[in-house]
Design a protein around this ligand. Structure first.
Ligand code: TXA
Ligand code: MG
Length: 351
């Protein structure tokens, strides 16, 4: 596609890209924008470089990283084999928010895969990311560029809040578009299984390759250990204690009212994570100190895009107790609700 190529070429000439690519070749870590969230990149073929990612983030060593590629040759460098279904998914969704779990080659640094014999690979749909990876000339391992446990960064400012002084630099490409991370799908098993819901929906995947399963650990109340190592960790959490209330109106509103009153009695600064539909009601509420809307219930894409910035704003405004609404789980809503449930540490009340 010509427009994409031009955008990549425009970035490629930029001094910031040239400098960042040089840092990657020198074995340093650099944060960069993708279409989902900002990533913290290092040369995926070097254990010394990749170790710096784990140190900067405070990331547990058993949690593997996604490798970002800009072309077919880089894919071949890290993936041993690409099945027919994997190839069809790449054709349909790359560049884009889809990570494929594939058999790895022995060129991938062992820290990247945390000792597994598979590697997660994706081609990001962002001209700055593609220009950077091309210019670096190596596949780039990159988790989200947040301190481990924090909401993922959707702006360069979020990256600096978490990692300033711990990384060589951040390439600023403005706010990210999708807002939640890529979908992770394991295509080494049959049927393929979604390990993490994300920017590409289950419906979209099934339209291309037929039935795909969902990691059973995602179903409500499941005690199963997630198959993706990263999914077992607490994540995305704001500093305040967060609760979600799920059910039908007006019971949700009544329950949230009671919880806010109780939190105020405990002397806490309160916040409400609202939708565009309910924001004005909560803004007029005397016991809601900070009310933030993540967008319309009818627009899961909008909610995904704003979610992490809103979670971070509760911290910036020193909110100690947050109560949030839930959102429809269809389409991108599945990823949104997965992140919200993790942000709330599983504290969900059904009314
Ligand atoms: O959108 C994204 O995917 C962003 C941007 C920067 O590309 N990256 C990202 O990376 O979210 P990270 O490290 O925060 O999440 C990677 C997820 C983790 O849940 C990890 O456990 C899983 O992918 N993962 C990576 N390699 C895997 C493998 N070989 N097998 C199973 N899960 C894997
Ligand atoms: Mg992450």
């Amino acid at each position: 596609n010509n427009t994409v190529d031009n955008a990549v070429e425009n970035w490629q000439g930029c001094p910031q890209i040239v400098d960042a690519a040089q840092l990657l070749r020198d074995g340093e870590v650099v944060a960069f924008p993708t279409e989902t969230v900002y990533g913290l990149g290092a040369n995926a073929l070097s254990d010394d470089a990749v170790e710096k990612i784990f140190l900067a983030k405070g990331r547990p060593a058993d949690n593997p990283l996604i490798v970002h590629v800009a072309d077919e040759a880089q894919l071949q460098t890290v993936a041993e084999a690409v099945s027919d279904k994997a190839r069809r998914l790449m054709e349909a969704f790359w560049p884009g928010p889809l990570t494929l779990i594939l058999p790895k080659t022995d060129r991938v640094a062992s820290l990247v895969t945390a000792g597994l014999n598979t590697v997660g690979v994706r081609m990001p749909d962002h001209p700055a990311a593609l220009a950077l990876i091309r210019q670096a000339g190596v596949p780039v391992a990159a988790p989200s560029a947040n301190r481990s446990g924090r909401p993922s960064p959707t702006t360069a400012a979020h990256v600096l809040t978490d990692l300033d002084g711990r990384i060589a630099g951040v390439l600023d490409g403005g706010p990210t578009g999708v807002g939640v991370e890529s979908t992770v799908i394991d295509v080494t098993v049959e049927p393929p299984i979604i390990l993490r819901p994300g920017g590409v929906t289950r419906e979209q995947l099934e339209a291309v390759i037929g039935p795909v399963e969902l990691d059973p650990a995602f179903s409500a109340g499941s005690a199963e250990t997630p198959r993706s190592p990263g999914m077992k960790y607490a994540h995305y959490a704001p500093e305040g204690e967060m609760w979600l209330v799920e059910g039908e109106e007006p019971r949700v509103r009544e329950k949230m009212n009671g919880m806010l009153a109780e939190a105020k009695r405990r002397g806490l600064r309160t916040g409400v994570l609202a939708s565009a539909e309910t924001a004005s009601y909560w803004q007029a509420h005397p016991e809601a100190d900070v009310v933030l809307s993540v967008g319309s219930r009818a627009e899961p894409g909008e909610v995904a895009q704003r979610l992490y910035a809103v979670l971070r704003q509760f911290d910036e405004r020193q909110v100690q107790f947050i109560v949030g609404e839930t959102f429809p789980r269809s389409g991108l809503g599945m990823a949104v609700m997965n992140r919200l449930e993790k942000a709330a540490g599983g504290r969900i009340l059904s009314v």
